[in-house]
Design a binder for this molecule. Sequence first.
Ligand code: WT7
Length: 665
Amino acid sequence: MSGSQSSIESTLVENRVFEPAAEMAAGAAVSGMAAYEALYKEAETDLEGFWRKRAKENLVWSKPFTRVLDESNAPFYKWFDDGELNASANCLDRHMGTPTENKTAIIFESDDGQVTKVTYKELLSRVARFANVLKTQGVKRGDRVIIYMPMTIEGVVAMQACARIGATHSVVFGGFSAKALQERIIDVGAVAVLTANYQMRGGKELPLKSIVDEAMAMGGCEAVTSIVVYQRTPTDVNMVAGRDHFMDALLASESDVCPPEMVDAEHPLFVLYTSGSTGKPKGVQHATGGYLLWARMTMNWTFDLKDNDVFWCTADIGWITGHTYVAYGPLAAGATQIVFEGVPTFPNAGRFWQMIDRHKCTIFYTAPTAIRSLIKAAESDAAVHPKQSDLSSLRILGSVGEPINPEAWMWYHRHVGGERCPIVDTFWQTETGGHVITPLPGATPLVPGSCTLPLPGIMASIVDESGQDMPNGDGGILVIKRPWPSMIRTIWGDPERFKKSYFPDELGGTMYLAGDGAVRSKDRGYFRITGRIDDVLNVSGHRMGTMEIESALVAKTDLVAEAAVVGRPDDVTGEAIVAFVVLKGARPEGDEAKRIAKVLRDWVGTEIGPIAKPKEVRFGDNLPKTRSGKIMRRLLRTLAQGETITQDTSTLENPAILEQLAKAL
Ligand code: WT7
């Protein structure tokens, strides 16, 4: 924990309020604030009773649970733990024999614009067939499987197939490097890797399989005995006999009937790696029952899903948003959803708007960074402005991943939502499994830039560093005081780190520490997230640990002596990465500095992935340090923003260094 938020942040006041339209409220799952308040109250008064009822009504159990919440080993909470179910059965089989079986489950649009549709029935048959492939490959219940695949129907099928046989998947985003992939394969102890030969993004064919090969060659991945390759493009790749198999060939010899493997509610459905404040990414472990319940409930609450909605969450399956609101939530809820392989700017920056129009999307869910970049594009080229597309099908808009600034909120509201659609600014995290603080479209009056109020069952609060509640209007640390069904269960293989990171003793050991600063408004008690309080950055909605990037930089041992990484605000990406580097040799200047900066950026790209490349690299003879040798990151943040230092520098060992570091390349 590194302190609370600046006072300027907490005194900003946003006066605009957007009440839910009467028609929206009338048919909504949660209609009006009184209904929201009643639900919240119900959960507050009887948390277990609240979830018992909903878990029974919303999930299909092969063995009903009798216990709701087990707190005996807090903070290792268990939910519905004597019940049994299967996640894939809850997303697919449950719809068979109902009108949903012939409903379109997925409208897939490829990078180059080809559209493929699958019904729920067809999806079940594909998942079952793939599940049989996994079994034949020797994957068993409880095994871990790495998925390193493009954003395609096959990616979703792969996740569902793992769930079907009780294997725990760990999806690695296709933008991560071989090194990052290898670390995850080892940490999670994977027995199989599901991948594709290539992925298509923005008209480019990008490798996946060769990166898997590289990761395997780095060593330590001997437990992986099978690599299944989806042939996404006709291009050939190297295949290792006995280890590597083409997916289509394997599918051809399997049946499309595979009974789902029933597992306990606490059985790990997946492990998803995310950045923390140390160099090593954390494997966030989610349980089957509670997670799925939350995915399903929030489809109703937050998105007010109706039978004829066409839902579109633009997130990749490599992130938690793509897990909960692509691979599980929409399917559990029986929705028709759009799955998009490509990027928002290809073939032009009107792609999202054209796709909403083409598929008559009704609920659109994306990240502020995408909105901001599309605003820029639309302002400089009228041809890609949302007004060129018919967006009248839209009824609800969503935002996720980072704070949405009021300017972007207003543009989204006006130009995409036609001033008609509520915007649900959903605050949550990899660890929370699904939305935790968010407006409800038929209930909550909206204030741009605020994620408003916690969902029923989320006892969110803002406290100081000793765990005392802060009054509205004062910034502090965001916590959740009671457990909820979809919360992180542990960090894979590191329960101690789980306790330390999320349930610190300073806060009493049972309050969940989100890692964000927040403030509640004086008038409504609305939450506004002011940003991370740890050393985690948010770059284009991607979570990056500063320590992770520093570790990568200092691993370039022939060049780098020391490195410190900080974030600075960026108009489009939210935050941008700035690295301060001390080289082993002399401090480079001019073209030489530019050349080495490029070498280091590329190095970070291969160590972690292109998303982690610093936007700027500055070289110094040293870094600003206290006399005890601690790097003063706060000063570096000020320098990175191009501001003059007003903080006290009297404790600095070497104040002269600040002037040198103040200059960008
Ligand atoms: C961090 C979690 C939520 C799924 C995608 C990101 C930031 C997320 C919001 C929001 C302000 C937000 C927080 C959080 N964040 N949503 N609506 N308003 N900040 O998941 O990669 O685990 O990142 O994203 O800082 O802690 P993640």
